[in-house]
Design a binder for this molecule. Structure first.
Ligand code: SF4
Ligand code: SF4
Length: 241
């Protein structure tokens, strides 16, 4: 009997080690190794804002935290950042931020557009706090300073992977919303400066002339399974010239 009890003990799933964290000021014990997002849900919170794709792409789960004995206020995405013992954290489900309204067809792709819609850009102090907090490890200060020089192409390139989490904006002493400013740079670049994708226009023309009607009809007649098979087995041609 005693032996059986010992065996049952051994068969049990190993229990996760629990660590203390403080979520919005309240202490909870959560499994070690959890992401902040999982820890918040483990503690009983139901997230309706401040959560999205759970994979680090949507930027919805910006979180700020401090670690014991560390003066720094740190930031990260709740779905990607692992909890640490004694962590104090709170989520930032939304960042109030200035977003200019403009008609992209009516604005010029130069520095005057930023002077008009986002004059706060020119208050940048060069402190680099934005770059340090960016969970995407973007050179946020560099893209802002590219905009200050009128280098829209560089700003568009450096900010390309921005997920608009808002953490840079929360730290900026010049009180600008870097991500909305960068969005304007990317829109200007895409509309006015990027080389035109001639192959796309050519393909649209061919579609309009009915060149692919037969293929479309064939695809429309396929079952879901056949479509999935066709999709997974397709050739991907990265040559877009
Ligand atoms: S640039 Fe700002 S808004 Fe964009 S991902 Fe980095 S911290 Fe988030
Ligand atoms: S946090 Fe603001 S002021 Fe500091 S470098 Fe970034 S944009 Fe400039």
């Amino acid at each position: 009997m005693a032996e059986k009890e010992v065996l049952n003990e051994e068969e049990k799933e190993p229990q996760a080690k629990m660590i203390p964290v403080f979520i919005m000021g309240q202490k909870y014990e959560v499994p070690e190794g959890s992401t902040i997002l999982n820890a918040i849900e483990y503690a009983g919170y139901q997230l309706k804002k401040g959560v999205g794709c759970r994979e680090g792409f949507c930027g919805a789960c910006a979180t700020v935290y401090r670690l014991p004995g560390d003066y720094k206020l740190r930031g990260g995405l709740a779905c990607q950042t692992v909890v640490q013992p004694g962590m104090y954290l709170t989520q930032i489900p939304f960042t109030p931020a200035q977003k200019a309204i403009y008609d992209i067809d009516e604005v010029k792709p130069d520095i005057s557009t930023f002077q008009k819609f986002y004059p706060e850009v020119f208050r940048c102090l060069g402190c680099n706090a934005c770059t340090k907090v960016c969970p995407q490890e973007l050179k946020v200060m560099d893209y802002i300073q590219a905009i200050m020089r009128g280098d829209i192409e560089l700003a568009a390139d450096l900010s390309f992977d921005c997920i608009m989490c808002g953490l840079c904006t929360m730290r900026c002493p010049a009180e600008m919303a870097q991500y909305n400013i960068a969005l304007l740079a990317r829109r200007l670049y895409g509309k006015y400066m990027m080389p035109k994708p001639e192959f796309v226009y050519k393909r649209i023309e061919e579609i309009e002339q009915g060149k692919y009607e037969k293929e479309f009809e064939e695809i429309m007649s396929l079952s879901k399974e056949e479509l999935e098979k066709r999709y997974t087995e397709r050739d991907i041609n990265f040559d877009i010239t």
